[in-house]
Design a protein around this ligand. Structure first.
Ligand code: CA
Length: 209
């Protein structure tokens, strides 16, 4: 918008210079209005900021964020919480606020190798009703969610074809009837080949009581 306004202002200035005094005041006022509009444009917050998408989930007393994380592979070159793109980047509350490649999220070693998985552990065992996965880059590659009960038996609670590639942040929310078993471990399977580019995950929440 600013780029358009500046040439318009320049034309108006030239007009003012070649005009008689009678029209000058009106033109000066137009220029003033243009300048004010420009300020308003600049003052607008960035439209990409979608941090509010986390608010309801952060407030959910039945939701837990992961306390431990593992993955089939990682783009991280070092081990642990401090390493960008490590599995540990999925631990805790979401901390990626804008769509894009971000070291505060997990990324696999290769972009489009094929099947990848991540495994999250939560503090408290619950009868689960929902899993929420915050995808922050090249979203849509998740094909399966598996819960493990306290005998380590696996239960598939979500299975789907990968979605269409999304160039925006999203939560994949899988809802299912309350499990008859207790769980505190979630495995997420991704078809990284189906959605080109790194399919990054910022945080995972397990819902239940
Ligand atoms: Ca994160």
């Amino acid at each position: 918008m600013r780029k358009i306004l500046i040439p318009v202002a320049a034309i108006l200035l030239l007009t003012v210079a070649s005009c008689g005094n009678s029209k000058q005041k009106a033109l000066e006022e137009s220029l003033k209005a243009l300048a004010e509009n420009t300020k308003k444009e600049i003052a607008k917050p960035a439209p990409e900021n979608k941090s509010s998408m986390d608010a309801d989930y952060l407030a959910d007393t039945k939701g837990q964020w992961a306390i431990d994380a593992k993955a089939s592979s990682t783009y991280a070159t070092k081990i642990g919480k401090e390493a960008s793109w490590s599995p540990e980047q999925m631990i805790g509350v979401p901390n990626v606020q804008k769509y894009g490649d971000n070291g505060n999220a997990w990324a696999s070693k290769e972009q489009d190798k094929g099947e990848e998985w991540v495994k999250l552990t939560f503090e408290k065992e619950v009868n689960a009703t929902e899993v929420r996965i915050k995808e922050t880059y090249n979203a849509g590659a998740i094909t399966k969610i598996v819960l493990y009960d306290n005998t380590n038996k696996s239960h598939v609670v979500y299975q789907a074809k990968s979605e269409t590639k999304k160039n925006e942040m999203q939560y994949l929310v899988a809802k299912f009837p309350k499990t008859g078993y207790k769980t505190k471990m979630v495995k997420i399977v991704l078809d990284s080949k189906a959605i080109t580019g790194w399919n990054e995950i910022d945080a995972v929440q397990l819902v239940g009581e």
